[in-house]
Design a protein around this ligand. Structure first.
Ligand code: HEM
Length: 416
């Protein structure tokens, strides 16, 4: 295998695994904000228990997700030096903002939220969680700004063989950005909703004594998933407009695509400018899953009746459907990224010119190393999530009230 293919495999592996963490974080934090806000507004202790239980799962996923993000950024810098050199002046700004927002602001808010239980006033504590959520969305936004630029470069000029940013506003109004951001955010909400519904379904199947609590989170998860899948479909179909306009070679080969390929052949020389068929396969299966998950709307009214919940069968359906949104997220990513090939920056920088000058054995070694590391982080995450989810909501460590000062059982005799 050559260096380019190995580097692309490494990018695909690290990004996909990292992305699985990101969608859970983004989806769950939104639900947490809703639950903690409900607690502060109503004072109902059930909301506090829900916030602590789901908050603990959120924190586990966040911590391991950050570790996967560091590995991903590391491979980015290591393997794609041609990209950094050519578009670093444009691309660096959004990525730097993302790193500052995600790693510093968001983590600081989260740390204060974790250790602020029973120490901070309720309103301040809630504001911290809002801070975590808003910075999470901001960081997703900047990543999509950077990715959208690669899909459709705008607001730049090339001087001395290097792209320079000339119009920051154009980055934000990129036609490749708006619908894609809406699509990704609603996909994350779908993942969060399905995860909450599936874990709750599992507890209800096992006839948990905490029936009322998990019935509440089952319904919150399902309502979120139902609303989110509608948004996913809406933004998903709306994306075909901009994609057809700015990337005619993606998902189709109409006359505009042929014209563009002829132009590229003159500018860059003859070559294969058609994206691999894998992009269309990813797109097709993602849409199939999108329609299948639309069936959540059918389950929703049923699961608002306790006797249906006690039947268990619909709960099994929710549990078994849990992998689907995760698979769809990866398929969507494949459709978007593979569909852009053979370009790393569409029509501007061919992928084979962006890869670092590294020998294939070295690239293979780092591919194996990073894949094992990220695989281990992903497995650890899922084992920890499953273990903590299974323990139930009786007394999660997150937000546990401080123990009263211990009375010594056998007081020491007074010293003479
Ligand atoms: C009817 C259903 C769906 C339609 C019509 C649809 C449409 C699309 C299209 C056209 C793209 C490619 C955008 C591009 O290349 O610029 C895409 C990408 C993507 N899709 Fe979907 N999709 C659907 C369902 C889903 C589902 C169920 C998920 C996940 C839960 C999902 C997650 C993604 C992701 C993560 C991407 C790549 C990121 C991005 O768009 O920026 N999609 N989708």
């Amino acid at each position: 295998m050559d260096t380019l293919l190995l580097a692309r495999l490494q990018f695909a592996t690290t990004t996909s695994i990292h992305f699985l963490f990101v969608v859970v974080t983004l989806g769950l934090v939104t639900l947490l904000v809703g639950m903690q806000t409900a607690w502060v507004l109503t004072g109902n202790p059930r909301w506090e228990r829900l916030t602590r239980y789901w908050g603990q799962l959120y924190v586990i996923n966040y911590v391991l997700g950050i570790a996967t993000g560091i590995v991903m950024e590391f491979q980015f810098g290591l393997n794609w030096s041609g990209l950094s050199r050519y578009v670093g002046n444009v691309f660096g700004a959004p990525l730097a903002i993302e790193t500052l927002v995600a790693f510093f602001l968001e983590s600081t808010f989260l740390g204060m939220w974790i250790f602020g239980w029973h120490r901070l006033r309720r309103g301040v504590h809630l504001a911290l969680l809002w801070g975590v959520a808003l910075t999470a969305y901001a960081s997703a936004f900047w990543i999509m700004v950077a990715n959208s630029w690669l899909q459709h470069p705008v607001g730049y000029e090339v001087r001395d063989g290097i792209a320079h940013l000339t119009d920051f506003g154009a980055l934000l109004t990129n036609p490749s950005l708006g619908m894609a951001f809406g699509h990704v955010v609603s996909a994350a909400l779908l993942v969060g909703g399905m995860l909450m519904a599936a874990v709750s379904a599992w507890h209800l199947i096992r006839r948990t004594p905490d029936f009322v609590l998990f019935r509440t989170s089952l319904r919150i998860g399902l309502v979120t998933a139902a609303l989110a899948i509608t948004l996913v479909q809406g933004f998903g179909f709306a994306q075909f407009g901009p994609v057809g306009e700015v990337q005619p070679t993606k998902f189709g080969q109409g006359p505009e695509a042929q014209e563009l390929i002829a132009e590229w052949t003159i500018r860059f020389g003859p070559g294969d400018y058609t994206p691999p068929v894998l992009a269309n396969v990813g797109l097709g299966f993602m849409i199939l899953i999108g329609f299948t998950l639309g069936c959540v709307w059918l389950l929703l009214p049923l699961l608002f009746r306790d006797w249906v919940i006690r039947l268990r069968f619909p709960l099994w359906l929710i549990l078994l459907a849990l992998p689907l949104p995760f698979v769809a997220v990866i398929l969507g990513w494949i459709a978007r990224e593979v569909g852009r090939q053979p370009w790393v920056a569409y029509g501007l920088l061919p992928t084979d010119q962006a890869v670092s000058q590294v020998g294939a054995p070295v690239m293979l070694a780092s591919l194996i190393g990073f894949s094992l590391l990220l695989g281990a982080l992903a497995v650890t995450n899922w084992v920890l999530l499953a273990r903590h989810a299974a323990r139930g909501a009786d007394d999660p460590a997150l937000g546990r009230p401080p123990a009263p000062p211990n009375e010594p059982a056998h007081p020491e005799p007074a010293l003479a």
